[in-house]
Design a protein around this ligand. Sequence first.
Ligand code: AP5
Ligand code: MG
Length: 207
Amino acid sequence: MRLVLLGAPGAGKGTQAALIKEHHGLAHVSTGDIFRENLKNKTPLGLEAKKYMDAGQLVPDETVMKMVGEKLSEFKPDEGFMLDGFPRTVAQAEFLETQTKLDGVILFNISDEEIVKRLSSRAVCKDCGNVTSRLINDKCPSCGGELYTRDDDNEETIRSRLKVFHEQTEPLINFYRDRGLLLEVDAGHGQKPEKVFELVLKLLSHD
Ligand code: AP5
Ligand code: MG
């Protein structure tokens, strides 16, 4: 199965990807995680991406498409994967159509206000990368590691990421609806990740 996880920053794409990976054994490709890994290793790609990420803007299409094209070429034709955070523009979606055939696009619906609340308390484990919330944990619940806050999780950057989502990524909703690929999930209204995951499993079993 080849899926795209679509949704605003903080909609829970990474959280659901971890659950889907556990359940379906699908590989998880997150463009944001690849950029952060490159930044940690101070590669030219990571340093270029940092300028845009810190400002809550999108990394230019050519850079992202080259990186994703290389990543996708590592998969065998019968291997499944989930793309998290890609595509984010119509140009990226058109590029993806030249690279692979998708089985579905899961759209995580949630309000901006709920997102700002979630992202202001998000915490990531320094050791295993597990994502959690400071409202629930002060150490990683999975390995006990120290938690850190992402550089782009401050209110000003969160607001610009949301603006970019509405302007540049939302057109993909109709793009995929027109192709009969869109699967919508209510990812907000205070529903716990496990509840959202139940909805995802239901959608995928009907697919
Ligand atoms: P990226 O890393 O993809 O960030 P994002 O899209 O802004 O999404 P997030 O990772 O912030 O949120 P998420 O939906 O994964 O939510 P999560 O599960 O963590 O991209 C970062 C940057 O890289 C971009 O701004 C851009 O600059 C660049 N970039 C990446 N891809 C690009 C592309 N294709 N083109 C151009 N530029 C690109 O959950 C969030 C929080 O909520 C966590 O604390 C979690 O524990 C909590 N949570 C999750 N689910 C629930 C729930 N049901 N209830 C309560 N809390 C919950
Ligand atoms: Mg994420």
